[in-house]
Design a protein around this ligand. Structure first.
Ligand code: NDP
Ligand code: OXD
Length: 310
């Protein structure tokens, strides 16, 4: 089969094309770049591909997204309507996401942020011991990422709940499902961790109405997408004291503009979309295994639902 790799980010062929070709020696692998002749590709392996890819390659039978979130693909008007899309499932990302969330959770609950400040001020001052019962964690999205985050927080004995479209059964995690249980989920949450995909239903789900429903002195983490959060609402709730802080891995505009208030806000921790990075070796192994299944006519996991948008 003819397989092309395409991304708007610069891809160094030796990083992706050569290892994918080594993993799939029976197929022809090449880098797709705008302005080059059509390849009559069967499969496109993409991350934020240039829109021209789908305008030119009209014979695609499968699109493989080199990430968990497919929102950027759905924004492309040229995306063909009937070609199946498969996204990365975990591939080493879930453990990173869980590590990121637990780091931020423990930092705020155990007051490491305060101890860092005390150290700078030369202050030797133990603070009261942690009472886990008052640090209820709520994870938005209980898919590959969210379930791992929730499990990890539950293993540290925090009270944990998860919210998803369908009910889940995860040890140590109370399940809330659907719009009908959303308010109850928020009302019992103090540390809100977003791992939802960005869809029409979840855009701006973190706004002043929803964030106000959290328990007082709440903390918000966003590792989903910047457009889940109404950033101005977060700032108002931080400044009014309803929220104690936020840890944000994603922003509505990335890279974050130079004059954005998040850069210098004393209670915002900002990271550059790194909570769970695509790992080349794991991603290529997953793509290669699925290409073989596809070629054999076997069912694929990780298929994206166009109706649900994830
Ligand atoms: P999954 O598809 O495995 O999980 C998505 C979860 O969200 C599911 O539990 C799903 O419910 C739930 N969900 C979706 N829509 C709704 C809704 N309207 N109401 C309630 N629940 C909903 O995705 P992943 O866990 O693999 O990835 C999730 C997202 O994490 C990605 O889309 C991406 O945006 C983000 N991400 C960010 C990274 C980063 O570095 N910042 C890295 C990787 C991912 P159900 O199970 O019932 O279908
Ligand atoms: C992803 C991401 O969706 O890196 O995989 O954000």
């Amino acid at each position: 089969m003819n397989i092309v790799l395409a991304s708007s980010d610069n891809i160094d062929p030796k990083d992706w094309v050569a290892p994918l070709a080594a993993a799939l020696p029976e197929h022809h692998i090449s880098l797709w770049q705008a302005g080059q002749a059509r390849r009559d590709a069967d499969i496109a392996v993409v991350w934020n591909p240039p829109p021209a890819l789908f305008e030119q390659e009209r014979a695609l039978r499968l699109i493989f997204n080199l990430g968990a979130g497919v929102d950027a693909l759905f924004r492309l008007p040229s995306l063909p309507a009937n070609v199946p899309i498969v996204r990365l499932e975990d591939a080493g990302m879930a453990v990173q996401m869980a590590e990121y969330a637990v780091h931020a959770l423990v930092r705020t609950a155990r007051r490491f942020d305060v101890y860092e400040d005390q150290q700078r001020r030369g202050l030797w001052q133990p603070l009261p011991a942690l009472d886990r019962a008052v640090w209820s964690v709520g994870v938005l999205g209980m898919g590959v990422m969210g379930a791992r985050v929730a499990q990890m927080a539950a293993m540290l004995d925090y009270p944990v709940a998860g919210w998803s479209r369908s009910a889940k059964s995860v040890a140590g995690v109370r399940s809330y499902a659907g719009a009908a249980q959303f308010d109850d989920f928020l009302a019992q949450t103090r540390v809100l961790i977003n791992t939802l995909p960005l869809t029409d239903e979840t855009r701006h789900i973190l706004n002043k109405e929803t964030l106000r429903r959290l328990r007082p002195d709440a903390y918000v983490m966003n590792m989903g997408r910047g457009a889940h959060l109404v950033e101005a609402d977060l700032l108002v709730l931080l400044d009014s004291g309803h929220l104690r802080g936020a840890c944000l891995d994603v922003a509505s505009i990335e890279p974050l503009p130079d004059d954005h208030p998040f850069w210098n806000h004393p209670r915002v921790t900002m990271t550059p979309h790194i909570s769970a990075m695509s790992l080349r070796h794991e991603s290529i192994a997953q793509v290669a295994a699925k290409v073989r299944r596809f070629q054999n006519g076997d069912a694929l996991t990780g298929l994206v639902s166009r109706a649900q948008g994830y």
